[in-house]
Design a protein. Structure first.
Length: 131
């Protein structure tokens, strides 16, 4: 997936549906262990989100990139991505993304050995599941 191809597709679909398809392909690639391919799909999906001003798609791509960073052991990047999702989702009252961001921050904190932050985010993720 490259930017010119995404622009061509977006020209036929100004709503940004192609971005959701790319984000889903990124998720599938990630689950298959194709991390570089997943990163490429998420990056183009993020561009589409910016082009069409789609906050939900932006959140999905940030979550996906955060999971990739966790998988690669880049915990500072993972924390930054999940924290960005948490800020955006909290401001927009997007409960699903708030919970997912706390869940991602839980894993990043555990991997980094930050038990205090892990407890805070783990508890917040559990509370989000009750809503």
């Amino acid at each position: 997936a490259d930017a010119p191809a995404a622009r061509r597709l977006l020209g036929r679909d100004p709503t940004g549906t192609v971005g959701y398809l790319l984000a889903q392909q990124g998720r599938i690639a990630r689950q298959l262990g194709e991390l570089d391919l997943a990163a490429d799909h998420y990056a183009v999906a993020a561009r589409v989100a910016r082009w069409v001003h789609d906050d939900e798609l932006t959140g999905r791509t940030l979550l996906g990139l955060g999971v990739l960073a966790n998988m690669r052991g880049n915990y500072p990047e993972a924390r930054a991505r999940f924290a960005a999702v948490l800020r955006r989702a909290t401001a927009r009252d997007h409960t699903e993304f708030v919970r997912a961001a706390h869940h991602g921050l839980l894993h990043a904190a555990l991997a980094a050995g930050d038990a205090d932050a892990a407890l805070i985010h783990g508890w917040a993720a559990l509370q989000g599941m009750e809503q």
